[in-house]
Design a protein around this ligand. Sequence first.
Ligand code: NAI
Ligand code: MG
Length: 476
Amino acid sequence: MFEYAPAPESRAIVDIKPSYGLFIDGEFVDGTGKAFKTINPATEEVLAEVAEASDADVDAAVKAARRAYTRVWSRMSGAERAKYLYRIARIIQERGRELAVLESIDNGKPIKESRDVDIPVVAAHFFYYAGWADKLEHSGYGSTPLGVAGQIIPWNFPLLMLAWKIAPALACGNTVVLKPAETTPLTALLFAEICQQADLPPGVVNIVTGAGETGRAIVSHPDVDKVAFTGSTDVGKAIARAVAGTDKKVTLELGGKAANIVFDDAPLDQAIEGIVNGIFFNQGHVCCAGSRLLVQESVADEVMERLKRRMATLRVGDPLDKNTDVGAINSAEQLAKIRELSDIGEAEGAERWSAPCELPSNGYWFAPTVFTGVSQAHRIAREEIFGPVLSVLTFRTPSEAIEKANNTPFGLSAGVWTDKGSRILSMANRLRAGVVWANTFNKFDPTSPFGGYKESGYGREGGRHGLEGYLKGEDS
Ligand code: NAI
Ligand code: MG
């Protein structure tokens, strides 16, 4: 293909410390447990040692959150809380480049995405929910907070998932104990510094790092009033079981296997870009990724030809290079899972094609890949791969497209590409998915609710609906 000069973003702006403690009651403190390492998945370089919060540490964090809730945060007027949220939002904008570079280093995502998508949308969430803080009586969900929220987030959008969780919780008057994922703790710890910089009262936000055990300690802590989780369906089910029979309120945002449906009257150039964005954005580490392409039979050959041509131009490599389209796979574990499911796809008889790109020798990489000849029974059509791997199925009629799109245990998102507005509306009505995009894909906006049906979870995040999970409701 082409030779390009590298255009790396400088990492001089970030100051990564050799080790990090936990953020409890407004201070960084040593954990009482072990420590673990976080690495740069593009190079396998160890970035820092991070404390693994023990049960005792989680208990200290919950106690700090409870004190802050009772003494300060729930007593403060909504307008006062809003000032802190606005301040945090503005600091996120001011320190946007630092946050974006750190996110790309710890996560592996391309800088153009962390810079142009993740961080701006993070700031937008804090601005948006700051606006609700003094208007909760108009929310339709009452204005009484729940108390202490335990929040557990994944590694695919580390700071964005933090914003989705923390901004509405704080706006509603709750305090939080949040656990970032074990492979991507660094931007959450920088966010803790931002809370200090914003003079947020101690204990309103507590960040405890660690893996599954730390997550379990948060979920099962008796003084946590609300559990908010984004991650795998298996862990989501375990959390639902753990809180069953308690008073804890739960929202779960789990996996997906979205259909991206292309009709023969679609504007094909835009559709190709939408297919690429749908599955290769963020290396396909996206719960709402358009991982099943349903293309109308009459244009299937043309779409596949154009798609492969476009995929061959995707630039895979250094996440900090401003021209990179596809960065590193987040972890060795995730890479193993992507490889395993892709090998199964081939063994089941689907035809595999990968973009001809050179992959760096260190780090975790997977070339953008597409499978044709996929049938509904194939595991690559049913299971979330969570990587840059697209399965292509064909259909003849709108009804067949609906039947195939809905034939999944998930129901998070879907895409429809067609020239006809009436068809968009009728498809959207019949698709069992929380979000349906038309002639676009992967659009995120704080004013718009996001969430799933079926095994994709329950509850909504974003928009007015996102307040419901953090308020007691109209009657209480
Ligand atoms: P995971 O569900 O294990 O991890 C998500 C978060 O939950 C992390 O913070 C983790 O430390 C925590 N956690 C793990 N076990 C827990 C437990 N028993 N109790 C409480 N918290 C716990 O997901 P993982 O292993 O990182 O990825 C596995 C698969 O899950 C991926 O391949 C992908 O298919 C899916 N996934 C979906 C995401 C989404 O956005 N819906 C995000 C990340 C992964
Ligand atoms: Mg990392």
